[in-house]
Ligand binder design. Structure first.
Ligand code: FMN
Length: 320
């Protein structure tokens, strides 16, 4: 007999700790939580991922920074943010007071900056883990993405893991714009990553046919939303398959890319995600994570899953 939806065990792993449920926000789509708190009690989420925090405050790129495309969104925000001092002074304490479990996204222009930022998160109330946004350009290496290269990804994760409290999980956020996402994922796990966030936006571009110019001031931008979902499913599936085949140690995958319904969340879970983050959908439905959680619970029950974790990677059965 199928379980009742309310009896489904939704607990989800975060590398070392267990979350009450697998739903998170994706970095950059819920700010530091203040706007979202009007729609969702932040402690009801598995985690909330912050927008990427860097060493210094940043204004981001010039406008226009967003362009709608038929099944997705292009953004070139340019990592606008308040910088680590204001984050630790104002934003993180505010989040901690609300009982939020915070996955802090950090990025540096150089390897040492990642480690310096992560180290400052040690011992801070509210921090549930560190997410390394290695999908941004490495200024020391001619603007190449850190995540474009397994060896550089390895170095970043290793440097961060060396200085981060062992109790804090370190997640690496991967880019789909690479020749082999499993090579980058395996390098991150070898370097000590406790989990993988997959995926960041895919590089895209739109041209305004009235002005005859690129639609974004930054020319290219990151594609997110439903158009990205099949790419996210493919990436999560490939990396989970590599884990099942013993080509890398198994770690939890936080799946994201075009999740707007419980069915989308289930799809990424079946591909191998142990948790699911919601990004672009928040812009038109800020309460989406809790709706998606309810839908996911009902779908799991209807398919006979008593535990969320039993569905993780289920689509791989018979394929090994
Ligand atoms: C407006 C916007 C801002 C984003 N900012 C960040 C960011 O600061 N750091 C990061 O790692 N990813 C950032 N992302 C990527 C998302 O976290 C997510 O990986 C991606 O959008 C795919 O999920 P989605 O299709 O549900 O939006 C941003 C995405 C959008 C749309």
């Amino acid at each position: 007999m199928n379980p009742r939806p309310e009896d489904v065990d939704l607990t989800a792993p975060l590398g070392g700790t267990t979350l009450p449920n697998p739903l998170s926000t994706a970095a950059g789509c819920a700010g530091y939580g203040r706007e979202l708190a009007r729609f969702v009690p932040l402690d009801a989420l598995g985690t909330i991922t912050t927008r990427t925090v860097m060493a210094e405050p940043r204004a981001g790129l010039a406008t226009p920074r967003l362009a709608e495309t038929p099944a997705g969104l292009l953004n070139a925000i340019g990592l606008q943010g308040c910088g680590i001092d204001a984050f630790l002074g104002d934003e993180l304490p505010w989040l901690a007071e609300r009982g939020a479990r915070v996955l802090v996204s950090v990025a540096g222009e150089r390897l040492e900056e990642f480690a310096g930022l992560a180290e400052r998160l040690n011992g801070r109330p509210g921090v549930a883990g560190v997410e390394l946004n290695i999908s941004c350009p490495n200024t020391a290496d001619r603007g190449l993405l850190f995540a474009a290269n397994p060896a550089i990804s390895y170095d970043v994760v290793r440097a961060v893991r060396a200085v981060t409290d062992p109790a804090l999980p370190v997640y690496a956020k991967l880019s789909p714009d690479v020749a082999s996402i499993t090579d980058v994922a395996a390098a991150c796990v070898r370097a000590g990553a406790d989990g993988l966030s997959m995926i960041n936006t895919a590089l895209g571009m739109a041209i305004d046919t009235d002005t005859l110019r690129p639609a974004l001031a930054g020319t290219t931008g990151g594609l997110s939303g439903p158009a990205l979902r099949p790419i996210a499913v493919r990436c999560v599936y490939q990396v989970h398959a590599a884990m099942l085949a013993g080509r890398m140690a198994p770690v939890p995958i936080l799946g994201m890319g075009g999740v707007g319904t419980g069915r989308d969340a289930l799809e990424l879970t079946l591909a191998g995600a142990s948790g699911v983050a919601v990004g672009s959908a928040l812009f038109h439905d800020p309460a989406a994570p809790l709706r998606i959680l309810d839908e996911l619970r009902a779908l799991l029950a209807a398919r006979g899953f008593a535990k969320y974790t039993d569905a993780v990677g289920y689509a791989h059965r018979g394929n090994q």
